[in-house]
Design a protein around this ligand. Sequence first.
Ligand SMILES: C[S@@+](CC[C@H](N)C(=O)[O-])C[C@H]1O[C@@H](n2cnc3c(N)ncnc32)[C@H](O)[C@@H]1O
Length: 429
Amino acid sequence: MFVGAVGVQVDREQRRELGAFYTPPDIARRLLERTLGPILDSCRCGDELRNKRFLDPACGDGAFLRLADEMVRERLGCRHETVFGFDIDPVATRACGGLSVAQRDFLAEEKGGYDAIFGNPPFLSAIRAGGLERAHLGEGLIGSADLAYSFLAKALTLVKPASEGGRVGFVLPRAFLGARAAAAIRSRMPNGFRLESVEVLERPDHFDGAQVYVCLCVFSDSPTTQLLDEQGQVLATLKLESANWWGELFGDKLVPDSGLLVGEIFEVCQSMTVGEAYAVGPFIEDRMVPDARLLISGRIRNASCEWGEKPSRYLGTTYQHPTLATGAATVIPKRIALARRPKVVVAGLSKNLRAFFDPAGQYIGAVSTFTITHPRDDLDELQRLEEFLNTPLATSAFIRECGSSALGGGSITVRKDFLRKLVIPSNNT
Ligand SMILES: C[S@@+](CC[C@H](N)C(=O)[O-])C[C@H]1O[C@@H](n2cnc3c(N)ncnc32)[C@H](O)[C@@H]1O
């Protein structure tokens, strides 16, 4: 049994069937502020706000509803029935006591006219969902579309048209931005809607019990799209021109490039070959010393490393503090000399691009990592490189260029030529 934020008990299998993975409050708040905020700000008096109708069509245990209700109450100074919720699951609707919630199948709804529709619709591939939901797929959706896309298609028709101020804010699978199954809806959104903003969450583990990459999308009549990071900073504002939103959002035009490639400024090399990894095996000791710390790919985090904090497994043995003894210099002298210099070590097998700056040359990258040095050992340049490599932008380029090599578990193999050809953004030079 899973217990939701307010104590709803939902059986694990039932959760899978209903796509019921509830939304953490900070994510719900960010999406709601972007969706409802402009409407609340535009209301000149309480009466205008009292006439609005907002809907969460798959309200679950009411994470969005409660917050939306609170936002309206703060403006009006008292509660008013403005925010409504539907859910097909009676257990979920019962959990939303005190809120205006009905047990309804949103995809079968016909009544519209909402000022805003928001929430986290169920994610479920149409193939898994089977016949019933397939029948509800919706205009512009084909084949392997996700049920979440059908919710979006329906919401875009039941909300007021974009020209009348209608707004939709949904948590959607990240795949929505590029999936062929939703290409038609992206290129011809109903009722004049366009993508106003999108925040692509980097990690897939925000939803307890489900590993899924999501994005927070707001739709309105905005002619341009803002790409936001998780702090709400605008990374880029652009006009989407094709159905390949993913490519356009993370494509080359995103960052004014410096015209320089990583490989033109820095020296990039594999930290160790497989042969060298075996050759140094007898020289590995479990010792806490300040240099020649052996850093494996899995211990590199974004801008930090977990050497010594978590065990490292190397050639079948587990070490808490894997360190190369001085004798290793007899087998890999050049690698050790390079490792003593200031450098950035990049994880070679990872879901995101991850880089760690080692200014004092205390670590030596193991096999499956890359070592990047600067010809003049310029610490500022290396620090900026580390910052850039850990951005979502660099990770998007990584997924675009190397993503097809994803192994079981989603880890992608970094290629040296990918790192060398990465374009440095202009503020990184
Ligand atoms: C991902 S949960 C989201 C819950 C809620 N929005 C939140 O973030 O806490 C999706 C919800 O959609 C509901 N659901 C599934 N199919 C539905 C349908 N056809 N109509 C309405 N609700 C549905 C599920 O019962 C589940 O509670």
